[in-house]
Design a protein around this ligand. Structure first.
Ligand code: FAD
Length: 445
């Protein structure tokens, strides 16, 4: 019997979800039912696995169980960059080594194609996914040097990118905060909550049973399968997929091998016409920071009006929880980063603030594969959760159906997350490294 030790904690309401009309949603699991496959977690990995399974066998009986409401978890509260290129958060400029980067690009692009196909098949609104590229924005000379090094690395692996100067950046975003940028065309930009809601509706229409507010509390191995239990229901099934990202550790797997990190974002109230005019620049743009520890900024112009979304700070959270005091101090940091970039918008209020978990491993390896007979994991997406989560879901779906592909090979051969140092060494070390790197990020933060 596996008892789940921790349930998801997602502080604050994600702005992406809050600006959308109320979602009709799904019921929660009750009573005792059966399925061929139960997928736990309705994020990128879980929903992509469900779609891939149904593509291979439309008759497969698939149930998805989600602890929160759809899109309330990390999948609906991220910054929406579905990045095709290497994005190593532990590096100084996102680059990794050449051969692994090329494989990663293939995987990320397979995921983006799958996501684009899903938006077409499920008739999602245009703003759910736009293939518009992104800019690595540099606010310092050091950030600019990172961009130049990254551009050189991309060129070496045959990838195009365009360096932008200070004037070009100002014309795009309306602020003179940035010294330069590096545009890469392959990133898809999500309205993450909209994309996840539409995706869940789409797989449900294809015959997948989706249940929300259905946190899994226990798994029990039976003679030829598993029984999955929530507070009010049970499912007997042949196999189970854990698509819970870092919460795979709450099921007792990969203990002391996963790094649980909270990220934080704030979204302004809609800008009024005068503020839009004062800001200037293009209607929409999306900046990742030239230093991975810096601030991600998006200007959106969608259903909820014209808004700015900022994301910065990382906190190490092995207990997968964060205090209210931490949220307050991070909100102040967001305000400082926003005001420094947009002095012409002083007085513009932040309407939404939230945090959410991502999961890394020390050797950037996913927690993927068969854990026990009929029990699978598609977790630990290493900072590229929208793309890699999608790809690992596709691969685990194929494995369920006995299909072998480049994707399944990539994930099967990926190895296993390394063991972390014992506590308190791991926490002290991680906090010290993050503090030092954020300090060094300077104006990029
Ligand atoms: C503020 C922020 C900004 C980010 N920006 C980006 C970005 O721009 N680009 C990017 O690629 N990534 C980004 N990320 C990371 C990204 O959101 C995650 O890596 C991604 O959501 C992982 O997808 P997943 O499907 O593996 O897991 P998740 O999206 O975490 O989905 C797992 C689901 O499992 C559910 N679950 C857990 N335990 C149980 C249980 N016991 N029973 C039932 N359900 C359970 C959870 O509620 C959750 O919904 C960001 C994250 C945050 C918080």
């Amino acid at each position: 019997m596996i008892n789940v030790t921790r349930q998801p904690y997602d502080p604050g309401l994600s702005g992406w979800n809050s600006v959308l009309p109320k979602h009709q949603g799904f019921g929660s699991l009750s009573g005792h039912t059966s399925a061929d496959i139960v997928i736990i977690g309705a994020g990128f990995a879980g929903l992509s696995a469900a779609r891939r399974i149904k593509q291979i066998d439309a008759n497969a009986r698939v149930i998805v169980l989600e602890a929160r409401k759809i899109a309330e978890g990390p999948a609906g509260r991220n910054s929406g960059f579905m990045i095709d290129l290497p994005h190593n958060l532990a590096s100084k400029n996102y680059a990794g080594d050449t051969s692994s980067d090329q494989k990663q690009i293939d995987v990320n692009r397979a995921a983006i194609t799958f996501a684009q196909d899903s938006t077409d098949e499920y008739s999602m609104p245009e703003e759910a996914l736009r293939q518009s590229g992104k800019i690595n924005a540099a606010a310092t000379d050091k950030g600019h040097r990172h961009n130049v090094e990254y551009a050189r690395h991309l060129n070496n692996i045959g990838e195009s990118s365009t360096l932008l100067n200070e004037t070009e950046m100002r014309e795009i975003c309306g602020t003179s905060y940035y010294l330069g940028g590096l545009y890469t065309p392959g990133t898809a930009l999500l309205q993450p909550a909209l994309y996840i809601r539409c995706f869940a509706n789409g797989v449900a229409k294809s015959g997948v049973s989706v249940f929300e507010n259905s946190a899994v509390r226990a798994l029990e191995k039976t003679g030829n399968g598993w029984v999955v239990s929530t507070q009010k229901g049970k499912v007997s099934c042949d196999s189970v997929v854990l698509a819970t990202n870092g919460h795979v550790e709450s099921f007792g797997f990969y203990k002391r091998r996963l790094m649980h990190i909270y990220l934080y974002a704030s979204m302004t109230a809609p800008l009024d016409d005068e503020q839009v005019r004062q800001l200037g620049g293009e209607q929409r743009w999306a900046f990742t920071p030239a230093d991975p520890m810096g601030t991600t900024v998006r200007k959106i112009n969608e259903l909820g009006g014209t808004r700015i979304v900022v994301r910065n700070r990382f906190t190490w959270s092995p207990e997968r929880h964060v205090t209210d005091a931490k949220l307050v101090s991070i909100a102040k940091r967001h305000d400082r980063s926003f005001n420094a970039r947009f002095p012409q918008l002083s007085g513009c209020l932040m309407e939404h603030r939230w945090g959410g978990l991502l999961c890394l491993s020390q050797n950037s390896t996913p927690a993927f594969g068969e854990l026990d007979k009929g029990l699978y994991s598609a977790c630990c997406q290493n900072g590229l959760g929208t793309a890699v989560g999608t790809a690992s879901g596709m691969a685990i779906g194929e494995m369920q159906m006995g299909v072998s592909s480049k994707l399944t090979e990539f994930f099967k051969l990926g190895g296993s997350p390394n063991r972390l140092p014992p506590e308190p060494i791991a926490s002290i070390g991680a906090n010290a490294v993050m503090y030092w790197r954020e300090l060094k990020a300077g104006r990029e933060l």
